[in-house]
Design a protein around this ligand. Structure first.
Ligand SMILES: Nc1ncnc2c1ncn2[C@@H]1O[C@H](COP(=O)(O)OP(=O)(O)OP(=O)(O)O)[C@@H](O)[C@H]1O
Ligand SMILES: [Mg+2]
Length: 295
């Protein structure tokens, strides 16, 4: 990217503002943030998504986009529809209305494993690890979506299957080093404190080498020190691997520090979309969410 293409965070705010009003749509030019990170064009776009569970409308006609390389936060009160939105992106729920666009093409309804194969990984609001298994084995399960060799080849333990197993193990060890959990790699997950379990879940998502990472409240329930660590790892993942990150988070300090842009949801509607400063100064957002405390 040449120097004249460099755009500041303030310029981005302008672009975001315009594209929000036009409903997004253009994949747009890339830019570099003030702290030197590269943000590309639109990689994922939600267009007029509506999701209902029986009589409950969890998401009402919401549109927003995610740019390559950015950290995009989704915030809002309990029950606003944030996890439901992440579940639409990950293919867990198929919305009744609206379209999901990925890399410039409309995505047909897909199963979660098909979405995972497209390079989209996630963590869950409630930890979903195999409790009796070691940290290393849990992390290894994150490679399952990438595996090429069938069960029979794995069982016979020969040739390509053996090579694949070795490669998977190397990738798992690399991520374990990156997240600084070498010392617990043989420990059963059930024996770990909460903060470390969350980190193991992040490791399992990362080992599939995703281009987009979806994090549902990665810091919920953590103490201050654990939160600081997790913030640092989220930033490092984004910086070192160039991973695009969409995260749900209630701690506004964390959201303001980490994210490039923020979507605000309330009762299934979108009530704000822009830079952290934009949403902090948005009266509707202040009334619905920022004015009250959230645990
Ligand atoms: N599987 C489901 N079946 C029925 N209703 C659901 C289901 N999942 C979510 N809902 C409802 O949809 C609405 C949005 O829920 P969702 O979990 O997406 O909110 P959230 O913003 O993630 O909230 P929280 O901050 O508490 O995690 C809520 O009214 C919830 O009860
Ligand atoms: Mg939720």
């Amino acid at each position: 990217m040449s120097a004249e293409n460099l755009v500041t965070r303030a310029d981005l705010a302008e672009t975001v503002h315009e594209s929000t009003h036009e409903g997004g749509g253009d994949r747009g030019p890339g830019h570099v943030t003030e702290d030197g990170r590269k943000i590309g064009g639109v990689v994922m776009e939600m267009k007029n998504i509506t999701l209902r569970f029986g009589g409950v409308t969890a998401i009402k006609d919401i549109s927003f986009d995610i740019r390559e390389g950015e950290i995009r936060a989704i915030i809002g009160p309990n029950g606003a529809g944030k996890s439901s939105m992440l579940n639409v992106i990950s293919g867990f729920y198929v919305p009744q209305e609206g379209e999901v666009w990925f890399r410039g093409a409309k995505r047909p309804p897909m199963k979660p494993y098909q979405v995972a194969r497209q390079g989209i990984a996630r963590t869950f609001q409630n930890i979903a690890l195999f409790d009796g298994m070691s940290v290393l084995d849990n992390v290894m399960t994150g490679r399952l979506t990438q595996m090429q060799q069938g069960i029979l080849a794995q069982a016979l333990w020969k040739g390509p299957a053996e090579r694949e197993e070795v490669e998977n193990r190397e990738k798992a060890e690399k991520i374990i080093d990156f997240l600084e959990i070498q010392h617990i790699r043989k420990t059963p997950v059930s024996r770990l404190p909460y903060g470390l379990k969350k980190r193991v879940e992040l490791a399992r998502a990362l080992v599939s080498e995703p281009t987009i990472l979806l994090l549902d409240e990665p810091m919920a329930g953590m103490n201050v020190e654990e939160k600081e660590d997790m913030c640092r790892f989220v930033l490092d993942v984004n910086d070192e691997f160039g991973t695009t990150i969409a995260l749900i988070e209630h701690d506004m300090g964390v959201v303001m520090d980490l994210s490039d842009r923020v979507v605000v949801m309330d009762y299934g509607r979108k009530i704000g979309d822009g830079t952290p400063d934009d949403v902090r100064n948005n009266q509707e957002v202040i009334d619905a969410y920022l004015g009250v405390s959230h645990d």
